[in-house]
Design a protein around this ligand. Structure first.
Ligand code: HEM
Length: 124
């Protein structure tokens, strides 16, 4: 198991992060319209994905196969503004975890690459 996953508090920590994150997404005017009203299944997938992304057990791949995350986002218009908004919600969620600021920053940095990589549209 990776040091990242351990430092984040393993399953409980990732759960907490995901639970802090989605209410912010649902309140964000640029992000909310992309998500279903019943956010629980999205939260569960994100929990599984972030677990493996940060070095925990490969929960997402076991259930859904290769992550192909950029492809899975192609159905949604991901603009630069939406990538920034997503990262902004994540930053706020991280602040609520109470983790060391260095850890918060490192987690956010690791998510920036994928977030910008998923951009597939120029108009919101
Ligand atoms: C860049 C801004 C992003 C936007 C606007 C966005 C938006 C979305 C939307 C609309 C969905 C589908 C929700 C549904 O099931 O109807 C989704 C699914 C998902 N997103 Fe994102 N996302 C972004 C970035 C990211 C990043 C950076 C990650 C992780 C590194 C991520 C991980 C996931 C996962 C794991 C799912 C579930 C995939 C599945 O259905 O199998 N997303 N996202």
């Amino acid at each position: 198991m990776s040091e990242f996953y351990e430092a984040m508090g393993g399953a409980d920590g990732i759960r907490k992060l995901v639970e802090a994150f989605y209410p912010k997404v649902q309140e964000h005017p640029l992000l909310a319209p992309l998500f279903p009203e019943d956010i629980a299944p999205v939260m569960e997938k994100q929990y599984m994905f972030l677990t493996q992304f940060f070095g925990g057990p490969p929960l997402f791949s076991e259930q859904y196969g290769h992550p192909m995350m950029r492809a899975r986002h192609m159905a949604f218009p991901i603009t630069p503004e939406r990538a920034e908004a997503w990262l902004g919600c994540m930053k706020k969620a991280l602040q609520e975890t109470g983790w060391e600021p260095d850890l918060q920053m490192a987690v956010l940095e690791r998510l920036k690459g994928p977030a910008f990589h998923f951009i597939n549209s120029s108009s919101n």
